[in-house]
Structures are given as C-alpha cells and as structure tokens.
Design a protein around this ligand. Structure first.
Ligand code: SF4
Length: 470
C-alpha cells in the first residue's frame, strides 16, 4: 500500500503505523470491508476529545468504526476515574467481553484513559481480565501504533503479548494528533491538560498530571480550521481554563477576531482564578457566549476549606455580582457536591441559600461518594446515603423553583439558538441559546446545525419554549 510521508511525520512510531496499515489493508482486501474498531469514551468532554484523537489515529492506521462491539476487531474503552461506580461499570463491561474474545481470539481489547492510569486498576485488569491485551494511561496516547502493533505482531507470531503502559514522564503536547470528530457542528478544543489544584475529593490531578497549556498559535489554528469547515460552536476545554499559562482572556480575544459566524464556550472555570478581566472579556467579545460554568461545590466556607477549593462564598459572589451588574444577560451554571464528609444539615442549607442568591440557570449536582486515592477518602464519611439522597432531592427542588422563576425573564424575548437536533415531539427541535439555555421550539430538519432566532413563549423548569422568528 502507498505510504503517505505525512503519516510518518504524524507519529514517533512510524514503522508500527506502516505495519498496521499493511495489516488492515490486507484484512480489507480479503474480506471486502475495513477492519472495524469500537471506541467507547466515558466521562467528561476532555475524555470525549481524547477519544476523538484516538479514533483519528486509528483511522490513519486503516481502521473503520462501528457502534457495535460485536462487530469490532479492536475494542477500546476510554475510561473515567472521577467516580468509583464508573469504574465498576467498566469492569462489568469487560466481563461481558470475555465471550466476544472466546468467539474471536483475534479480537484486541484495550482499556485507556483516567481509570487505566491508576496502578491499582491496571493491576486488577492484568490479573482478573487476562483477555484484555492493552492498558495505557492518559500520557501515552500518541504511542498507540507501537502498543497496538506489539500486541498484533505477537499474535501473528503465535505469542501472547500484553502491553501495559502507565508512564507519565512524557508531558509533551503532541500537536500532530489527528482527530476524528463525530459532530459536524460542535467541536471540543482542549487548550490545556492536567490540574494543579488538588481539591480533596478529586482524582484528576493524580491521573492527568500537572497543568500544561497548548500555545495560543496551536489553539487558534485549530479553531480557524474548524470554523472554515463549518463548525458553529467551539468549546474550549481545560480543568481550569483560567490558569491557561499564556493568558486565557487574551486567547478569547484572539479567537473572537477569527472571521466567521460561530460561538465560543469554555469549561471549566475555577472560582479562585475567574475574575473581572474574564467577565469584561466575555462581555466585549460577541462570539464568546455570555455563560460561565463556575463550579461552586458547596455554600459553606468550612466545607469549601475542607474541599481545598481556596475561595469563600463571598469571593464567589463577587464574581457573580460583577457579571450581573453589567448590561448583558449573563448566565451561570455550577456543580454541587451534596453530603461531603463532615457536612452538617445547616451547612447544606447554606448551599440552598446560595442557589437562591445566584439564580443559576442550571446545576449539576452529585451526592458525595468516596474516591479512593484522594485526600477526602481518608475523611470519615459520616452521612448516611439515605440522608445524602434526601438532601439532593431538596437541592433539586430548590433549583427547580428558582430556575423556573428566573428563566421566565426570557419570555417575550427573542434568543439566538443553535439548533442541535430533533426535540421530544414531532415537528420540534431543541438547541441552546447564546446564554446556554436549553430552548425547545417548532422547526424542521433543515434548521438543524443552524443559528435561528426563537421568540420565547414559555419557561419550564430547566428549559425555554418558543417559535422560530421568520
Ligand atoms: S480544579 Fe479541583 S475538581 Fe477540578 S479537576 Fe482540578 S482538582 Fe479536580
């Protein structure tokens, strides 16, 4: 098969790529269809983006893709480690793949991502799931060709090769990674990787390492390419975009200067680093959506300290008040953990009070669950699950009541909405407004992927309803 020199440049493991290409091409010649891979990404947008890069690499090696693991010759689970039950789910799925491997010994099964980066998880897979061939962490995705070829060439030589690579020493950002995006309208663009914050409940700094930023030039080039290809919404990703080492506000301003009709969102902002400069930039730049996802986690200063969040409720409210005092409509969403170890009911009620004060357009709330490997896992988790569940219901009720009243400010107004796809009923579409509010409206397939103006007729708990303005 002809070999494109660019492919060799794409990777530091060009010889393995060459071999893989020959291998997949031979398979396609003999069967009449490409060798299929099934890649399943769990968890956050960052992981989805990593999964897209992995698929881009596999596509370059000649793989096609399927959504059915039964049809695949290569299965890769790109895992999440944020919650322990997500890991249990992966073990459950791996258990089901045993049968697939028995039916097709040539099948290659791999596990990567945050869960795989943890030695304890890799050891468990090594010992209890012996039919898993490949386990690699978050730092070595660009070595996929070497790892995969090692497994496959072992098979061809009748050797059973298993590859485990959890090394975290290479923190280089490889800008030559190709990406295979499934969505043609919305794209995730990581601007940085890792996290330095060590919130006591969070595993991310341990599995993704310290912060490292892509250069503005690399990010801008990628955004320009996406806009030129017709993407309408770009979401910049980082665990804490505000500590982007080349200056986040400056990056937003430069992206805003790119020609084209598109929106920019970003997540997440750490409240300790988000300030007036960020709000001013969002307000000055018309392509940057007026929405801030600002994870507060708790409404009590004592609990925030125990979480090592390094801001107080007062600091947090200063950002919110500054944005609300400006003459553009600004929307806030947040993450909240309910039932952190040692949290009292009175402290939990402070979180409800904060919800009333901020008037979030949406919240993402979670019951605290112990995450092995974090500092908080050593704290006494003294709140019964039933109580945590009750608190969560109270929190959601509070948010529902607050948000319905708060969203009604949009009734009668016309919002610009990016239509995502079909709504729940025939003849309706759903999308998100510039302010990040879910809007359901009447419309047809021809509007999907387009910006439309929608006159808001009604506010529901979490969403708005309206009609397209012709
Ligand atoms: S800022 Fe805190 S919660 Fe977010 S990824 Fe870093 S450690 Fe985890």
């Amino acid at each position: 098969m002809a070999f494109d020199d660019n492919m060799a440049k794409d990777s530091n493991n060009g010889e393995s790529l060459r071999r893989l290409l020959e291998y997949t091409a031979a398979y396609e010649m003999s069967t009449g269809s490409p060798m299929l891979a099934y890649v399943h990404s769990f968890g956050c947008q960052q992981n989805v983006s990593d999964g897209e890069k992995l698929m881009g690499k596999l596509a370059k090696a000649g793989f096609g893709f399927t959504d059915e693991p039964e049809k695949a010759r290569l299965i890769i689970l790109n895992t999440c480690a944020v919650r322990e039950n997500a890991e249990d789910r992966v073990y459950g799925i791996l258990g089901r793949y045993k049968k697939l491997k028995e039916n097709d010994p040539q099948l290659v099964i791999g596990v990567c991502g945050c869960m795989a980066q943890q030695q304890c998880a890799a050891d468990r897979i090594k010992n209890s799931f012996r039919y898993v061939d490949l386990v690699f962490g978050t730092f070595v995705t660009d070595r996929i060709y070497d790892m995969l070829w090692k497994v496959i060439s072992g098979r061809l030589d009748n050797r059973k090769e298993r590859v485990f690579d959890l090394s975290d020493s290479d923190t280089t950002i490889h800008e030559d990674l190709v990406q295979m995006r499934r969505d043609k309208v919305k794209a995730f663009v990581p601007i940085m990787y890792g996290c330095n914050n060590f919130c006591t409940y969070c595993i991310v700094p341990y599995v993704r390492g310290r912060e490292r930023s892509r250069t503005p030039e690399a990010v801008i080039e990628e955004v320009k390419g996406l806009v030129a290809s017709g993407y309408k919404e770009i979401t910049l990703l980082g665990q804490n975009v505000n500590s982007y080492s080349y200056g986040f506000a400056g990056l937003l301003r430069k992206i805003n200067e790119i020609d084209g009709d598109f929106w920019v969102r970003f997540m997440s902002s750490h409240p300790k680093d988000a300030g007036r400069e960020l709000i001013d930039t969002i307000i000055d730049c018309d392509k940057i959506c007026t929405h801030l996802h600002l994870p507060v986690q708790a409404g009590s200063d004592r609990i925030l300290k125990a979480m090592n969040r390094r801001y107080t409720v007062n600091d947090y409210m200063k950002i919110v008040d500054y944005a609300r005092g400006r003459d553009k409509e600004f929307s806030f969403t947040t993450d909240i953990i309910v039932g952190f170890p040692g949290e009292s009911y009175e402290e939990f009620c402070m979180t409800k009070e904060l919800i009333r004060k901020v008037r979030y357009d949406n919240i993402y709330s979670f019951v605290y669950s112990k995450r092995t490997g974090t500092k908080a896992a050593e704290f006494e988790d003294n709140i019964p699950d039933s109580e945590k569940g009750q608190w969560l219901r109270e929190l959601l009720l509070e948010q529902r009541e607050t948000s319905q009243e708060w969203l009604s400010r949009y009734v009668g107004k016309t919002l610009r909405v990016l239509a995502d796809g079909a709504g729940k009923t025939d003849g309706t579409l759903t999308g998100k407004s510039y302010e990040n509010i879910i809007v359901n409206f009447s419309g047809g397939e021809q509007d999907v992927g387009r910006f439309v103006d929608v006159k808001i007729t009604c506010a529901r708990n979490w969403a708005l309803e309206g009609e397209i303005v012709k």
